[in-house]
Design a protein around this ligand. Sequence first.
Ligand SMILES: *Cc1c(COP(=O)(O)O)cnc(C)c1O
Length: 236
Amino acid sequence: MTKNLSSDASGGAEEIARRVRAVRERMIEQSLRCGRDPAQTALMAVTKTVPAERVNAALAAGISLLGENRVQECCEKYQNYACNSDAIHFIGHLQTNKIRDIIDKIGMVESVGSLHLARALQRELEKKGQSLPVLVQVNIGREPSKSGFLPEEAREALGEIEREAPLLQVRGLMAVPPKTDSDLWFGRMQELFEELRAGRAQFATLSMGMSGDFERAIRFGSTQVRIGSAIFGQRA
Ligand SMILES: *Cc1c(COP(=O)(O)O)cnc(C)c1O
C-alpha cells in the first residue's frame, strides 16, 4: 500500500519544513496588515509529544526557539535536540520540586505564575550563583483551569518578584487567552503588557498566540507566538 506522506497528519521532515514556511508567511502577512515589523514577532515551536527527530526537522527548517511543557519529557529529549539549552523555553506548569531537574536545560521559564514558584526559583538560582530570564504568566481570562496571576494581581506580583527574587530577570508576560471568537482578552493582555512595560527597559516580550489564534495575537502586539500543531500536526 502506498502512503501519501504530504497528507500525513504527523508529517516527515519536508512536511514540517513546509509548515514552518507556511506559518512564517502567515506571520509576515499579518504583521504587514497590522503595520507591524515582521521581525518583532518570534516563532517558537512547541514540542509536546513530538519526538526529538521531528523537532530537529523544525530546527533544520530555521526554528530557533523551542517550547517545552513537561519536565520529564524535556529531560528525556533535550540531549537529542540540535540546539543549545538557551533556545529551550519552559512554558508549562512547573512544580517547585522539579526546578532542579530542569534549570540547567533551559534558557527561560515563561510560566512564572505564582510567587511560590518565583521564590523557589530564586532559592535554586542563589545556590547556583546564576540568574534566569523569565516571563510572568497572566491568567487573562480568569479561567479556573489555567495557571497564572489574575490580571489585577499582575502589577503587585511583578513588584514582589523584582524585590524578592532579583535573580529572575523578568522579560515580559505570557498568556493563553480563552478560546473564543472575541478580541476582548487579547486586547486586555496588550493593555496590561504596555502598562507594565512603562519604565522597564528589559520588559519587551509578550508571548501570546498558538496555532489557532496567532494572527489575532499578532494584531494585539504579540512578540512571540508558540506554535505546536500547525508545525508538527495534530497531537494524538
Ligand atoms: C501546546 C501549547 C501551545 C501550542 O498549541 P498549538 O495549539 O498546538 O499550537 C502553546 N502554548 C502552550 C502553553 C501550550 O501548552
